[in-house]
Design a protein around this ligand. Structure first.
Ligand SMILES: C[S@@+](CC[C@H](N)C(=O)[O-])C[C@H]1O[C@@H](n2cnc3c(N)ncnc32)[C@H](O)[C@@H]1O
Length: 271
């Protein structure tokens, strides 16, 4: 079995992981045969998956740029994944080298690779933790070293919350982060879901079945359920929209959203 030198010794190479399957779909190189097999099985059912994940990445980029324009200079990226091109620190520190970021992920490969990529960037922290333990994350030295909670923070949950089921109380988890934030802080969320009345294509339904069986269960949320994740935040324009339609960069984005893109995005501001 391949075990490259960047792979932490304690991970199970035989089991596909959310982070590494996503890395493969994004065109990254930090994945193993089991990840690639699961990713390819889902792609065979629905090749548009690549397009879906690229649209979530584009929302990440747009939300970070929007927040920089609002003066936000600190970011907490929850479920940050395996760094590929266009990570938060690259976008944000290109605009202002003083920006501080903490990446949080459960996946050991995501964390190891984030650490090695960041080298001596003293304004970025990396924490291996379960984001559901909000109080633990907020109290961790990695977070308290970088982030000043008396100032606005941009909290990012990009393509994360479909991995947190209703039984796990996403509203309570988000509320614990929200309560720690200063006024003028923001929350950006994107996740998989459908509008009431959407008909899931048989290809997507099959890809979802494969993913749920081979990688992990996912919880889709409709527009109304998605909006309920923003309790205590005022949504900025345009509110809850399909992912490509959030501050679209081109007519193609708008057209993409019109094709019943299977996921929503929004950005909320804490008053
Ligand atoms: C689909 S990826 C998205 C990565 C990144 N946010 C992006 O947009 O490119 C989801 C990430 O969330 C992480 N994740 C899932 N559940 C988590 C949890 N409970 N705590 C921390 N990370 C989690 C996975 O390991 C994975 O890296």
């Amino acid at each position: 079995m391949e075990r490259p030198n960047w792979a932490p010794g304690d991970i199970d190479l035989e089991r596909p992981s959310v982070a590494r399957v996503y890395d493969y779909w994004l065109g990254g190189a930090h994945n193993f045969a089991a990840d690639r097999a699961a990713a390819e099985n889902a792609l065979a059912a629905m090749p548009e998956i690549r397009n879906v994940v690229l649209n979530h990445r584009a929302f990440l980029r747009r939300a970070v740029r929007y927040l920089l324009d609002q003066g936000v200079r600190q970011f907490l990226d929850l479920g940050s994944g395996i760094p590929t091109v266009g990570n938060v620190h690259e976008i944000a520190q290109a605009a202002d080298p003083e920006v501080r970021i903490v990446y949080v992920d459960l996946d050991p490969v995501a964390v190891a690779h984030s650490r090695s990529l960041l080298g001596d960037n003293s304004r970025v922290g990396v924490l291996q933790a379960d984001v559901r333990d909000a109080l633990g994350v907020l109290a961790s030295p990695e977070v308290t070293k970088q982030l000043d909670f008396d100032e606005p923070v941009g909290v990012l949950m990009i393509a994360l919350l479909h991995f947190i089921s209703d039984d796990e109380d996403p509203w309570g988890i988000i509320g614990r982060y929200r309560d720690r934030l200063a006024s003028g802080s923001y929350l950006a969320i994107s996740q998989a879901g459908y509008d009431e009345g959407d008909v899931e294509s048989s290809a997507y339904a099959e890809a979802r079945r494969i993913y749920n069986r081979q990688v992990t269960q996912s919880t889709f949320r409709n527009r109304a359920e998605f909006g309920e994740l923003f309790d205590g935040f005022a949504l900025v324009e345009p509110g809850v929209v399909r992912v490509p339609a959030w501050h679209p960069e081109s007519p193609a984005d708008v057209e993409e959203a019109g094709h019943r893109f299977p996921g929503f995005a929004a950005l909320g501001r804490k008053a």
